[in-house]
Design a protein around this ligand. Sequence first.
Ligand code: FES
Length: 153
Amino acid sequence: MENQNQNQNKGPKMNRRKFLTLTASLPVVLGGVGSLSLLGGTLNPPESLKPLPPKMAVAKEMDITDAPLEFVYDGSPAMLFSKDGALLAFSRVCSHLGCIVAWNADTAQFECPCHGGVYNADGDVIKGPPPKPLQRLTAWVEEGVVMVQYKEV
Ligand code: FES
């Protein structure tokens, strides 16, 4: 009988201790989750608040031919040329692992020296491991100057 009373007294005491431990740690856990979600919101601003990619003057319109002109766009190498009267501009960063592709004038293709990736003049993959086309830049003429800007097409 005495033993039963001890067990009955122990039960609620243990549960109270667990309860107090849990409730004491709850604000810490909730505070951490709240901070992380706040930080996530800060690191991933809505699309409308992201800065636009830079718009850049590259060359005079009269200097553009079918021979690619190399330039640096937003810190990365790029190329601009005309094909069938249209301006084409691409990043030269390979979509596979980021090597710099080179223009082969004999085949009219972009070739990657690292793993044999080959792109046609429209930037589409025609051979090798690159998973997607070269990043295309929008190119247009403003008062005789060719401008470029990265835009999703
Ligand atoms: Fe260009 Fe691998 S980095 S093919």
